[in-house]
Design a protein around this ligand. Structure first.
Ligand SMILES: O=C(O)CCC(=O)C(=O)O
Ligand SMILES: [Fe+2]
Length: 275
């Protein structure tokens, strides 16, 4: 089901670069769909899409982007990555699959402008359950596998994602971690072991969240656009407490619905629309 080489490289490095995961037509549809969302500031809603920011300098997020339209619904179980994600999160045939194969605990589009970046974070140390990398008794059991898809070309100066390959297994904090975190991801220079990943629009980076990662500071004019879907086991919960709209749940295929809402909470109540 998953290529031996993919399994080997994911285990070794903690990520896979899926070139051409989306077709140019899919990228165009996603960008056109994003353009229908009027400009928002953190805290504002457009339908069920919520404008949000983690900090002051890492760019604007549109959370719950799978609510924005069909092009984003397709990403929930996109054939370019869904089998790999299922394999690396693991749990098939076990209690972890009780309510389905997966759950997306966060999905967003991120817009990164010149001067913005996200400093290095995660890494094997300190180990946490939610983003752990694990392989045990012949199975992958990763707590969180991210698919970060480029909607614009990301080359030198564009604020590319940075990774420290292999750091998902590290038992130590990188000696330059704090410096880089504070510098808000200036460049990979000076972070021994880090690489900056350049992507074409439509490429996806599949990585275990436990790998040390961040992004370089965007130096070029223009805006970098990415989409991130984070997958974990079906018993997970929403990172920020969002809930899917009844309209979305009605529209989705049964496979997608299971990933968006593995478990219908009881007693049944209609999902509430945000104010
Ligand atoms: O913006 C990036 O390239 C990294 C984003 C990130 O930290 C994540 O998706 O977990
Ligand atoms: Fe991250």
């Amino acid at each position: 089901m998953v290529d031996d080489l993919d399994a080997y490289l994911f285990d070794l490095r903690g990520y896979l670069h899926l070139k051409g995961a989306l077709t140019p037509a899919e990228v165009a549809d996603l960008n056109a769909c994003l353009d229908t969302v009027p400009p928002m500031k953190p805290g504002q809603w457009y339908g069920y899409v919520h404008a949000h920011a983690y900090g002051q300098t890492d760019g604007l997020n549109y959370q719950q982007i799978y609510e924005a339209g069909e092009p984003f619904e397709k990403l929930i179980d996109h054939p370019s990555w869904i089998d790999r994600v299922k394999h690396f999160v693991g749990g098939e045939g076990t209690f972890d699959y009780h309510h389905g194969p997966l759950f997306i605990d966060e999905n967003l589009a991120n817009f990164r402008a010149p001067g913005e970046a996200i400093g290095l974070h995660s890494g094997g140390y300190p180990p946490i359950h939610r983003n752990q990398f694990r392989y045990h008794n012949g199975r992958f059991m990763c707590g969180q596998v991210n698919v970060l898809t480029a909607l614009t070309d990301i080359g030198p100066g564009d604020g590319g994602t940075m990774l420290i390959p292999g750091s998902h297994k590290s038992n130590f904090k990188h000696p330059h971690y704090d410096r880089h975190r504070m510098a808000q991801g200036a460049t990979v220079e000076g972070i021994e072991g880090a690489i900056e990943v350049h992507m074409e629009a439509g490429d996806a980076l599949l990585f275990v969240d436990g790998i040390s990662h961040g992004s370089a500071k965007r130096a070029n004019p223009g805006i970098r656009r990415i989409v991130v879907y984070r997958y974990g086991p079906s018993w997970g919960n929403f990172r920020h407490g969002y809930q899917p709209s009844p309209e979305l749940l009605k529209r989705l295929t049964p496979e997608r619905r299971k990933i968006v809402q593995p478990l219908q909470l009881l007693p049944r109540e209609p999902n509430l629309k945000p104010e």
